[in-house]
Each structure stands twice: as C-alpha cells, then as structure tokens.
Design a protein around this ligand. Structure first.
Ligand code: 6PG
Length: 231
C-alpha cells in the first residue's frame, strides 16, 4: 500500500524527508540519495545531524565529474556533505561519472555487491519524479526501464535535460529496498503524480513500476502536487 504523506508546501516536504533520513541514518542504514532540485532543501536541513553511522549512495547521477554543475553528487556536497562537522560525516559512495556511463555503472554495481552482497536491500532510497513521470534516470520508453538483471545501468541517452548520459539504479534494485520515498512538490508535477500513483497508474510511467515488495512505498508531496490524486 502506498503511504501518501501530504504536507502544506515544499518546505514541509523537505522537513518530513529530513526527519526520516535522519532516523534511518541514526540506525546505521544504507541510504541512496536522489538528485534533482526537490531534495536539496531536505539535505540542507541535515547539516547539523550526526550521519556518521550511515552509508550514502546515489540512486542516479549524470555521467560527469564530481565538480560538474550537473552532478547530483556535487549538489549533495554543496547542500549537505561539505557542511557536516568531521565526526558527523557518513561514508559516501558516489557514482564515478567521469569514467563514462558504462564503466561507471559497472563499477557502482560491483561496489554495491561488495558492500551489500548479491541481493542488496537498501534501507532507504530517495527518488524524485520528473514531469514526464521519469524517476532516477529511468525515462519513459528507454531500455533502462526494462532492465531485469542488472542493479545499475548506463543510460546513454537522457529523456530530458540536461541531455547528458546517466547512470541509474534499475527497477529490480529499487524494488528490493526496505523503503522508497518519492519527494514531489509543485503544481507542475500533479499530472505526473496522477500517472505514477493514481488508480490505475499509467504503465508508461517508469515511476509506476517502483513498487517495493515487501518494502514500503512512501510518497511525500505538497498540496499542489497532490492535486493529481484522489483522496
Ligand atoms: C536526476 C534525478 C531525477 C529527478 C527528477 C525530479 O538526476 O535528474 O534524479 O530523477 O529526481 O527529474 O527532479 P526535480 O526534483 O528537480 O523536479
């Protein structure tokens, strides 16, 4: 069952997300961060939190270096990691986009297996939702959505801007997580929310296939984004 958690506004979504990330981190969890702009505010709220027991990963990134303006890792560094006091710093595994999408995907998949075994279960995966109902770097109609064997794949062609190749978690890895939280805000996302989480969901929407089992699916959204679902 999808757990919809509706907040008044984007600030409320960020606060709720930060609280949940903080408690999974305090329990020493493996947490995959999302890119995009929506989670940035949540990350900023965690600057004073002790994350040292956690291991942070990325559910997708652009195949660029860690300093590039488009890098999801760079966003997490700017908003959170660079501000944490030394004793509060978590272990961080970034996607090495500078190796190119294929090599970076191979390396990340191998690292996940080395750390978490053959059937990795993330304690928490954060995801965003694009206006086209993509999530992570799983874009509608692209081959990565149909991947059933690998944990991480290269995405040679993005489905929207920035038009750079990507590296992304696959549906099997997302659906093995103990908990997946989507962070969504703004009226422009309401149609995508309806496609991804409406009854019935639109099978053409990659986000509609993120249904962790036996894990939990949480959708944190503001009132504007929630206009797309019946309550
Ligand atoms: C990426 C993201 C992507 C993002 C959505 C929503 O690397 O681009 O991980 O899936 O989460 O596009 O992005 P916003 O939060 O910026 O709307």
């Amino acid at each position: 069952m999808t757990d919809f958690q509706i907040q008044a506004d984007a600030a409320g979504v960020a606060a709720a997300a930060a609280e949940r990330i903080g408690s999974v981190a305090a329990a020493g969890g493996h947490i995959a961060l999302a890119g995009g702009s929506t989670p940035e505010r949540a990350y900023e709220l965690l600057r004073e939190t002790d994350l040292h027991g956690a291991t942070l990963w990325f559910s997708d990134d652009r195949a660029v270096g860690p300093e590039a303006p488009d890098s999801n890792y760079a966003m997490a560094a700017r908003s959170l990691l660079d501000h944490l006091a030394e004793p509060h710093r978590p272990r961080v595994h970034r996607i090495e986009g500078e190796l190119g999408p294929e090599a970076a995907a191979d390396r990340y998949q191998a690292l996940i297996r080395a750390e978490m075994g053959e059937r990795p279960e993330f304690d928490l995966v954060l995801l965003g939702l694009g206006p086209d109902a993509h999530t992570a770097s799983l874009f509608p109609g692209k081959p990565a959505v149909g991947e059933s064997g690998r944990l991480v794949v290269a995405v040679p062609e993005a489905g929207m801007e920035p038009w750079v190749p990507r590296v992304t978690f696959t549906l099997p890895l997302l659906n093995a997580a103990r908990e997946v939280i989507f962070l969504v805000s703004g009226a422009d996302k309401a149609p995508a929310v309806a496609r991804a989480f409406g009854e019935p969901a639109d099978p053409g929407s990659p986000a509609a296939h993120v249904r962790p089992d036996p894990g939990q699916l949480v959708v944190m959204l503001d009132e504007e984004a929630a206009a797309g679902i019946v309550r």
